[in-house]
Design a binder for this molecule. Structure first.
Ligand code: ROI
Length: 166
C-alpha cells in the first residue's frame, strides 16, 4: 500500500450558499476513501481575486492524511466539485459554486497535464495562506519557504476570519 501523505486542500465558493457549499464539501472530503481529515481551518470571507463584479468568497483549508495518489485525490475532489453543480467552462477568474484545489501533496512537486503542485497561486493568495497557516503554522513549502512567513507578509486584502458557529 502506498505511504500516507498529508495533503492540503483549498476550498472556495461564492455562489449558491457559499458557506453551505464549503461545509458540505468538508463533509464529503471526510468520506474520501483511504483518507482522513486531520484539520479544518476556520472559514474566511475574502474579496474576489479577479473581476470585482462578483460576490465575496468563503474560503477554508483542510489537511487530509491520505494513501491515495495525487491523481486519485484529484479525481475524488473533482467528483465533489461536480456533485456541487460546478460547471467547467471558460470562467478562469469568474464566480464558482465550489473549488477544491490540491495546494500541497506531502512535500512533492508535481507538474503534469492535470495537476500542478504546489498550487501555482498559493504563495500570493491571502485566502489560501491565512487558513493554511492557522492549521499548519510550522509547515514549509517544498522549496523551503515557511508558510508562516508568507502568511505574515501577504496583504490581507480585507479578509475576515469568521467566528465559529455555535
Ligand atoms: N477569490 C477569492 N477570494 N477566493 C477564491 O477562492 C477564488 N477563487 C478563484 C478566483 C476566481 C481566482 N478568485 C478567488 O478561482
Amino acid at each position: 500500500m502506498q505511504n500516507k501523505v498529508t495533503a492540503y486542500i483549498g476550498l472556495g465558493s461564492n455562489l449558491s450558499g457559499p458557506r453551505m457549499q464549503v461545509s458540505k464539501a468538508a463533509n464529503e472530503i471526510a468520506s474520501i476513501s483511504a483518507s482522513r481529515v486531520v484539520a479544518f481551518s476556520p472559514l474566511y470571507l475574502s474579496k474576489p481575486m479577479g473581476p470585482q463584479d462578483q460576490d465575496d468568497y468563503i474560503n477554508a483549508v483542510i489537511a487530509l492524511e491520505t494513501r491515495l495518489s495525487a491523481l486519485q485525490l484529484l479525481d475524488a475532489l473533482q467528483a465533489i466539485e461536480n456533485t456541487a453543480g460546478r460547471v467547467r467552462k471558460d470562467n478562469r477568474w469568474g464566480a464558482r459554486i465550489l473549488d477544491c484545489d490540491i495546494l500541497l501533496y506531502g512535500n512533492e512537486t508535481i507538474e503534469n497535464e492535470r495537476l500542478t503542485v504546489p498550487h501555482y497561486g498559493m504563495k500570493v493568495r491571502e485566502f489560501v495562506l491565512l487558513p493554511l497557516a492557522d492549521i499548519a503554522s510550522d509547515l514549509l513549502l517544498p522549496d523551503g519557504t515557511p508558510v508562516s512567513l508568507l502568511a505574515n507578509e501577504i496583504d490581507n486584502n480585507g479578509i475576515v476570519k469568521l467566528p465559529l458557529l455555535k
